[in-house]
Design a protein around this ligand. Structure first.
Ligand SMILES: *Cc1c(COP(=O)(O)O)cnc(C)c1O
Length: 371
């Protein structure tokens, strides 16, 4: 029997078990436990922000960020057409309107040059989402934000530990968010983090993750709506252990990326990730392949599936989401680069737990597809 090669397996090779045992042995398992503060402080220090607010997941972090920046009725928020649905959902649920920009065909990130034309008097913020391990060219976006008085939410879920011109991704936003889902560079199973340098925003985020309990008011009397988006001590214990190993995780992801680049050099008919760009070197959150045609994409996924090799299709575009169409959003809008990525793109096993043998198998089987 051939063992399947999963699209992601996490790496839990440090103090995870030890810290989890500490939670169990002390009885501290809820969000009140000491690992939560430790993880917040250490993660904020690692990225270079003053305040960290640990939450239940990355999507929760976006919900809180959007409400915290008071994005509501009719406010426009510029974001990429090609990304996970979370940022757009947070904005729509808050009553705001996502305004999309197409992807850049080389980096797959939002096309920075299209942003300024989308700014109107209603624009309140830009959600910058770094895609698949290569950062967005963020300096020109920060300039626009300053010139037009816009807030930046930086979604750094796929670039934990990555740098842009030598500074950590996630250090640029007014509010930055991270996810610690098991396929991210560090994981807590489920989990997320909000970072900011603004103390008032940080306090507001803390309040919103905790049902908006009033810090100084009578308990159980609420004047604002919040969520239970708290992170547990068990999750934070994993986070502290994972953060201890982040340099190794980043190094390993780079090796996986480079091995694929080297091993798949001869592969014809696919675009592969950029290894570097003048402002950053890829940390290969996932190793994506964009087939020249949709047929080739589907045939390759099918072929890899037959060989028990896991794949995932790329994100589906925001303007083509049935849920948003039902809401009357994005009528007659078209973003050709994002549409092509969504239809022709998929990624191959890229998790931190991928063994050298497994990767060699993936490379061999993929190369045999055309051979
Ligand atoms: C993973 C991810 C999220 C969502 O994180 P969850 O923890 O799964 O809710 C948000 N944005 C981006 C870019 C992501 O990759």
């Amino acid at each position: 029997m051939i063992q399947p090669i999963l699209v992601n397996t996490p790496l839990l090779a440090g103090n995870e078990l030890k810290y989890l045992a500490e939670c169990i042995n002390t009885g501290w398992i809820s969000s009140e436990g000491p690992f939560v503060c430790r993880f917040q402080e250490q993660f904020a220090a690692y990225i270079g922000k003053k305040y960290g607010v640990a939450v239940a997941n990355g999507s929760a972090a976006l919900d809180i960020a959007v409400q915290c920046l008071q994005i509501c009725d009719g406010d426009e928020v510029i974001m990429p057409a090609f990304t996970i649905i979370s940022p757009a959902l947070s904005v729509v649920r808050a009553g705001g309107i996502p305004v999309l920009v197409d992807a850049d065909p080389h980096t797959w990130n939002m096309n920075v040059e299209e942003i300024e034309a989308k700014i109107t008097v209603k624009t309140k913020a830009i959600i910058v989402v770094h895609i698949y391990g290569l950062p967005v060219d963020i300096n020109p976006i920060l300039d626009l934000a300053t010139r037009y008085g816009l807030k930046i939410i930086e979604d750094a879920a796929e670039v934990i530990g990555q740098t842009y011109r030598g500074e950590k991704c996630g250090s640029f936003g007014d509010i930055s968010i991270f996810s610690f889902y098991p396929n991210k560079h560090i994981t807590t199973g489920e989990g997320g983090m909000i970072l900011t340098d603004n103390e008032e925003l940080a306090n507001h985020c803390r309040k919103l993750r905790n049902l908006a309990f009033e810090p100084n008011g009578r308990r159980f009397v609420h004047i604002e709506s919040g969520w239970n988006y708290r992170m547990t001590n068990l999750q934070a214990a994993l986070g502290v252990a994972q953060l201890e190993n982040i340099s190794f995780h980043l190094e390993k992801k780079r090796v996986i990326g480079l091995n694929y680049k080297q091993g798949l050099k001869q592969l014809k008919g696919y675009q592969q990730p950029l290894h570097s760009i003048d402002y950053a070197e890829n940390i290969y959150w996932v190793y994506g392949l964009v087939a020249d045609t949709q047929e080739l994409c589907e045939a390759t996924i099918q072929y890899l599936h037959q060989h028990k090799i896991g794949t995932r299709p790329f994100f589906w575009c925001m303007h083509e989401q049935p849920f948003f169409k039902q809401k009357g959003l994005f009528k007659n809008e078209s973003y050709p680069v994002a549409e092509k990525l969504a239809r022709n793109g998929f990624y191959i096993p890229s998790g931190l737990g991928l063994s050298e043998n497994e990767q060699a198998n993936v490379i061999e089987i993929l190369n045999a597809f055309h051979g």
